[in-house]
Design a protein around this ligand. Structure first.
Ligand code: SF4
Ligand code: SF4
Length: 459
């Protein structure tokens, strides 16, 4: 038996085949096939581990077609973690059969290199401008609207990032560019004093915010700086490693993770803030798993992970959001829980309390708010026939709330939900929670300016 399967064999044996996990497995609910439920997959993996089943193409598909939504893990009364066993099976497949060509291209060719990933997004942007906007019929590929897929004009790290303090500047900063350490949106704390450690935070952007939705990253920086934090945005940061890890390519995942741990551990910051649910899960919890066989490096990983906070979590923990400082946003709002935030990190109350703190917001819960939206990283591209109905169910729950905004805490969910809203021609707008908070801060500023103008009689 391959060592990877040996490592999870004890967990596999804990499964008593009760099927509680099946009731909440989104993939099973769509296809109603036992082999694509959590329980069914575990039986197949055990058969492979016992040498009773070969690693056939059908087996590979069963192991790959999992969203990693973690519904099975939270519903198992025996404490089995089917999602993690499935990841071990993927790793076993990479070790015994190799990584498939498409995934190799994606995770080793693109995600492992920030430069190549940025280049590929730039190419997509060019394609959107030159062809897709003129030929909308060609733009929908595997259930994803490529014409409207968000792509940054300029990656966030290229515009706001800087070399980590103490590092030399690879390639140098553009003239007039950010100060070393990153953001220039207001580098000093109120009063102009030099920020102390408790006022300094690092921002880990992740590939999606960097390349597709930099406006989320700008809102993170602005909200933190409005609250007296100095934000360090090191340009040398790498992908979090999730695309490699969930593909079973632990070796490449460890390469980028090691670079991140070493880089951020050099920074004298109170916290490492993230605004992507999957990045947060990797940085906070999964890096320990990446390096569990390397005890000499684990203390560094522990020190790193202990400082990682999701942006909602950080703002609530630090009591940074004061309703008196927020302007009115009269809008009906609902919230979608990203799987890797609600089940991966246990962050669900914090975003809701932030939403309820915004004056004028009419918050309404949607049904099944914590159910997967169908994104699942690359799942949506590989299994559009399963991801499509899952997303449409989410859209139905959104529509029933009659909300104007669908708020969430993950750029990947946002891309999937907004893409679905666009394809279904629904009027709702998807938005990251930190963008909505920033809007409330801007509303307060605008109201303050209006009052000041009224007081001085100027227009
Ligand atoms: S994984 Fe847990 S919930 Fe699912 S069949 Fe096994 S014991 Fe039951
Ligand atoms: S992680 Fe989600 S999709 Fe995968 S087996 Fe568990 S419940 Fe099903």
């Amino acid at each position: 038996m391959n060592q990877v399967l040996q490592d999870v064999y004890g967990d596999l044996m804990k499964c008593n085949k009760c099927g509680f996990c099946q009731a909440n497995c989104r993939v099973y609910k769509e296809v109603l096939e036992e082999g694509l439920s959590a329980r069914g997959r575990l039986r197949l993996i055990k058969a492979v581990a016992d040498g009773e089943l070969a690693r056939t193409e059908d087996y590979v598909q069963k192991v790959q077609a999992c969203l990693q939504c973690k519904e099975c893990a939270v519903s198992c009364p025996s404490g089995v973690n089917p999602d993690r066993i499935i990841l071990a099976a993927r790793r076993d497949l990479v070790e015994t059969r190799g990584l498939g060509i498409l995934k190799r291209l994606a995770v080793r060719g693109l995600f492992a290199s920030r430069r190549r990933l940025a280049l590929s997004f730039r190419s997509l942007r060019l394609l959107q401008k030159l062809f897709l906007s003129w030929m909308p019929g060609l733009a929908k590929v595997r259930g994803i609207n490529l014409r409207k897929f968000p792509v940054a004009e300029r990656p966030l790290l290229a515009s706001l990032g800087g070399p980590a303090p103490g590092n030399s500047t690879p390639g140098g900063l553009a003239p007039g560019g950010p100060a070393p350490g990153g953001s220039t949106l207001g580098a000093s704390t109120p009063g102009g004093s030099t920020p102390g450690r408790s006022e300094r935070v690092a921002f880990f952007t992740g590939c999606m915010i960097d390349n597709t939705l930099p406006e989320i990253g700008k809102a993170v920086v602005e909200v933190l700086e409005r609250n007296g934090r100095k934000v360090i945005l090191p340009r040398e940061q790498q992908c979090c490693g999730t695309p490699m890890y969930i593909s079973g390519d632990l070796q490449t995942a460890r390469q980028v993770a090691r670079a991140n741990v070493e880089l951020f551990n050099r920074l004298d910051v109170e916290a490492i803030v993230v605004a992507c649910a999957s990045c947060g899960l990797a940085l906070k919890k999964e890096y320990r798993e990446f390096f569990k066989d390397e005890p000499a490096f684990l203390p560094q990983v522990e020190a790193f992970s202990a400082r990682v906070r999701d942006i909602s979590e950080y703002l609530v923990e630090q009591a940074l959001v004061d309703p008196a400082e927020l302007g009115r946003l009269p809008a009906r709002v609902t919230y979608h829980d990203p799987c890797h935030l609600v089940r991966g990190q246990g962050v669900a109350a914090q975003p809701r309390s932030l939403l309820k703190a915004i004056p004028g917001v009419d918050f309404v819960e949607m049904a099944e708010a914590d159910r997967c939206c169908g994104a699942g990283g690359m799942f949506q591209a590989f299994y559009p026939e399963i991801a499509g109905p899952i997303t449409r169910r989410k859209l139905g729950n959104i529509a029933a709330t009659q909300a104007e905004y669908v708020v969430t805490g993950c750029p990947a969910c946002l891309q999937r939900i907004q893409g679905g809203l666009d394809l279904a021609r629904m009027p709702q707008k998807g938005i990251h929670i930190v963008e909505l908070l920033n809007m409330a801060h801007q509303a307060a500023e605008n109201a303050g300016e209006k009052r000041a103008r009224a007081a001085t009689g100027s227009r």
